[in-house]
Design a protein around this ligand. Structure first.
Ligand code: ZN
Length: 385
């Protein structure tokens, strides 16, 4: 937070700030909806968290779409993991092909600035979990060439080369030699290194190995909400030293203290109902997962206490107090979670986040940095050869 004497015409008007600022969301799982539900993101959708109509209402300029291979369904490598990633990448390319008036594929910060100025939405891609590189170094470049601009070594299941925060293997696994080679290759190509979902050991190996800024695309602070998915203060300081950015997730389980325990209880209560919905769904594995998630979404809303944007800003405040205004951004995890803050139900509600930042005393230029400016700086840095 810095004091400001600037009195522009848009001061203190969240929506006006949104219209002018370049807003970059570092993580949404809407890709799965494109592939499995064949949704049309040019239309206003009646469910989910993101489409072009609501994105424009919220002032969003650039969306990183997650290329996520669910290891339980598609494996931790091999042809099926690669195929699942390739289908998702095609779906993102398809956005701009089907609706060139609304979407444009972007791979650089300059692309984002140009597309934002034209009034369109930039679509970018990040790979969540390195399963699709199939333990082959040349596949990092393959995905770079397909437009992928960030990657994390693992999602909730560890790869052989990078430990995850979500499983037993990750408790002792960092990066092995191949994992370090992958980071160097990403540095060489200009692909950002994402630490969200990684084990603590992998985090520390990455900040030691990477010669370029390191980012967390969708994480919170462990000092506020003590879950393994979040970063400790020491990690946030180390990540900032690389020049990187922690993009704060909107997911209540990762931002609200005690929420994970409450959700675990609810999960036990609704387990039978979730299973029944899965059994009754006659579609493929992806559709069975959708059926399970629909029950979860309904029951979490009914049974769990509401969380608001104020809690997201608590995490932003914490990071700013630790390392300053230049190392924080946003990574919604929209369409990848079954519950979102009560006043941030979709991308259209993003101005509520800005309103809370203004209430806490952030200046307009601070807000510009948080909403996208910091990540554009990192992209430019990582793009340098
Ligand atoms: Zn995630």
């Amino acid at each position: 937070m810095t004091n400001t004497s600037e009195t522009t015409s848009t001061a203190n008007d969240p929506l006006a700030i949104h219209r002018r600022a370049i807003i970059v969301d570092m993580h949404a799982d809407t890709t799965q909806r494109l592939v499995d539900e064949n949704v049309d993101l040019a239309q206003r959708l009646s469910d989910g968290h993101l489409d072009a109509v609501r994105a424009k209402e919220g002032g969003l300029d650039a969306q990183f779409f997650s290329i996520w291979v669910e290891p339980e369904l598609f494996g931790v490598g091999g042809p099926s993991a690669m195929k699942r990633a390739d289908i998702q990448i095609q779906a993102i390319h398809g956005l701009a092909e089907k609706h060139p008036e609304t979407w444009e594929l972007a791979t650089t910060a300059a692309d984002v600035r140009r597309i934002a100025a034209s009034g369109k939405i930039a679509a970018l891609m990040g790979m969540e979990g390195g399963y699709a590189i199939d333990e082959k170094i040349e596949n990092v470049e393959r995905y770079y060439n397909m437009g992928v601009r960030y990657m994390s070594g693992a999602w909730s299941v560890s790869t052989s080369w990078a430990g995850s925060s979500g499983d037993e293997a990750g408790k002792t696994r960092g990066l092995n030699d191949f994992g370090k080679q992958v980071i160097s290759e990403m540095n060489r190509l200009g692909m950002m290194v994402d630490v969200s979902h990684l084990s603590d050991k992998a985090f520390w190996d990455i900040v030691k190995t990477s010669t370029k800024p390191v980012i967390a695309t969708h994480s919170g602070c462990r000092a506020i909400t003590n879950v393994p998915r979040n970063l400790t203060d020491e990690m946030i300081v180390a990540l900032a030293k690389t020049g990187g950015v922690v993009n704060v997730i909107f997911y209540p389980e990762h931002i609200e203290p005690g929420y994970a325990e409450k959700k675990k209880k609810v999960d036990a209560e609704i387990a039978a109902e979730v299973q029944r919905a899965s059994n009754e769904e006659k579609g493929d594995v992806a559709h069975k997962k959708l059926a399970r998630d629909r029950v979860r979404e309904r029951e979490y809303l009914n049974r769990l206490p509401p969380v608001t944007v104020a809690r997201i800003v608590d995490h932003i405040d914490h990071i700013v107090k630790l390392v300053g205004i230049d190392h924080v951004g946003i990574g919604s995890d929209f369409d990848g979670v079954q519950v979102v803050p009560a006043d941030l139900k979709s991308v259209a509600d993003l101005p509520n986040l800005t309103a809370e930042l203004l209430r806490r005393g952030y200046s307009e230029s601070d807000i510009d940095k948080i909403l996208g400016g910091n990540m554009l700086r990192v992209m430019e840095e990582v793009e340098k050869k």
